[in-house]
Write a protein of this length. Structure first.
Length: 332
């Protein structure tokens, strides 16, 4: 980067500089800018001392500005600066280090204005102050829009990470995230929360007989049975392997048991490969139903549904069992 002239001795005009367009008093502004150096940069060359709080106004060529490279927070955002546009206003106003790296994209000429001269220009020219405010407001809006886009993208990936890839049901991460809140809400509102634990029957044998891919298809079919039979306020989760779970907010034990019976019946009727390929034997599942009791934690609720599921398996599978609630002790 080498100095080739000053603004005063060059053929550039105030009207070439975006920030100074419509400056009220061109002669005063021109006098302040006159000694400012014009530097030449070859394509690919970086601005030296670009960390200093200075204003750089591009007169010819093109620059790339990579943000936040000095903090290690660079997120890959690179802006292209065209003739008339400037870089470094914010560091001048903050009296802070410029955090961006500035590089010439092609052979370029650059007007360098030191911070004290920028302040002098602001004092002398309302037009410049207005332009500066407009520019900063534009940059804030652009930064906010980018932030919103990133937040949306982040939320999208967060949601995606909570879905089981095979079945499309919510996964364990979702459960760990949401069940404590659902339990706390149910306790706070004294509304019942029911949980049905579901486990496919003899699934190892199904896999061994028909192959793992058929097993995967059976899991998908089972998941469709669950999600197709629930209210929009209910949630179906793949708890792990061939174990699934349904959460029913605002649902009593009686209603939860009848939902489980309905799911059990539909599971019996579901066909694996109903699309013309050879249909496989029907799958069945066992169901354990539990309802959140006062002062129970989410682990207690899962354990209660698990115990009921175990009893359904013990009783011969392909059926529903509800938790056994101890009767309150009779007074002496
Ligand atoms: N195809 C497939 N199989 C799975 C998947 N996850 C778990 N399994 C299989 O599910 C089977 C579960 O077997 P077990 O826990 O012995 O239970 P089961 O054979 O269903 O017997 P019961 O539950 O007692 O009726 C294992 O063979 C696992 O390999 C999966 O994502 N795809």
């Amino acid at each position: 980067m080498k100095q080739i002239s000053t603004f005063g001795s060059s053929s550039y005009r105030i009207s070439d500089l975006q920030l100074l367009r419509n400056a009220d008093d061109d002669t005063t502004v021109a006098a302040i800018l006159a000694p400012c150096p014009i530097m030449q940069l070859d394509a690919g060359e970086a601005v030296t001392e670009s960390n200093r709080a200075r204003l750089y106004i591009l007169l010819r060529g093109a620059l790339s500005v990579a943000s936040d490279t000095r903090t290690g927070m660079a997120d890959g955002t690179v802006s292209k600066i065209l003739p008339g546009e400037s870089v470094g206003e914010q560091s001048v106003l903050d009296e802070a280090t410029n955090l961006s790296s500035i590089t010439a994209l092609e052979d370029s000429e650059l007007l360098v204005v030191e911070a004290d001269l920028v302040w002098q220009l602001i004092d002398e020219s309302n037009g410049l102050a207005r332009n500066l405010l407009r520019l900063l407001s534009f940059r804030i809006r652009a930064a906010n829009a980018q932030l919103r886009r990133r937040q949306k993208l982040g939320e999208f990936y967060r949601q995606l990470s909570m879905i089981d890839g095979l079945t499309g049901l919510y996964n364990r991460a979702w459960l760990n995230d949401l069940l404590p809140t659902m339990v706390a809400t149910a306790h706070a509102s004294a509304a019942p929360l029911a949980l049905i634990m579901i486990d496919l029957d003899h699934f190892k044998q199904f896999n061994d007989t028909h192959g793992h891919l058929a097993g995967d298809e059976a899991l998908r079919v089972a998941a469709q049975v669950l999600s197709g039979a629930l209210r929009p306020t209910d949630f179906a989760v793949r708890y792990g392997g061939e174990e699934m779970m349904v959460l029913l907010p605002d649902t009593s034990d009686k209603v939860a048991a009848s939902v489980a019976e309905r799911l059990c019946e539909r599971m019996r009727q579901a066909q694996v490969f109903s699309d013309g390929r050879q249909a496989l034997p029907h799958i069945t599942a066992s169901f354990g139903v539990a309802v959140l009791r006062p002062r129970q934690s989410e682990q207690d609720l899962i354990a209660a549904a698990d115990a009921a599921l175990y009893r359904a398996k013990e009783a011969g599978r392909n059926q529903v069992a509800a938790e056994v609630v101890a009767a309150p002790a009779l007074p002496d």
